[in-house]
Design a protein around this ligand. Sequence first.
Ligand SMILES: [Cu+2]
Length: 236
Amino acid sequence: MYDHSDYSNPSWSVLKRYTPQINYHSFQTPPSPLLTQFGDIPVEDLCHRILCSQEQQNCLCIWCTQRIKVDLGQVVELVLVGEDFSGDDHPMNIHGYSFRVVAMGKLPRGTTVEDVIQLDQQGNITRKLEHAVLKDTVQVQGDGYTIIRFTADNPGWWLLHSNKIVQIDDGMAIAIQVGESSDLPPVPENFPRCGSWSPSSDENENENEDESEEESNNKQRKDGVVAVRPDKPRRS
Ligand SMILES: [Cu+2]
């Protein structure tokens, strides 16, 4: 996970590690719900580390609907490493599960993922596998690591994200896909569908004249319409 205190003011060409990220990517909200309209998501938006090589991390492969796919019933271990310029801590929250916190540690400034892998390979990280605390949100220290485990027995799409609002809004999140579509109940007939939507300038003007911002927001919620932020660059 990466973060930087000046991430609100970089030029887009130096975004790498200047926006809140997981695995070098900032999560881009998909144009339609992953759970009910997976087939409508452009495949190139569903970024995966295999698609985004080390070299690509330096170009536009930054914003994407990144995911980790796991099998239904698989025991999942995630090693969360705080590797960023700011040294900030990240309160990471998972949806759909509680997890066991099996290890946690604080390391010197400038610690990298590779350092943590090496530490583990040398046997210097001990996992508590009995009576480990059960949580759905846990702090990952800047320049530190937190290791969590859970059994992926709840099929679907679940978000893992920082609970700091500015960090989730700017992309410190990843979707965890558990199982296949066939593991889920079918989407009900006539279930509402939606996609990207932006108001026209005319609609904007009318809204400003006729409604307060709160009224406008309530109207959008009732309509079930979710707008994707138009100012974020998309992968091309
Ligand atoms: Cu959450």
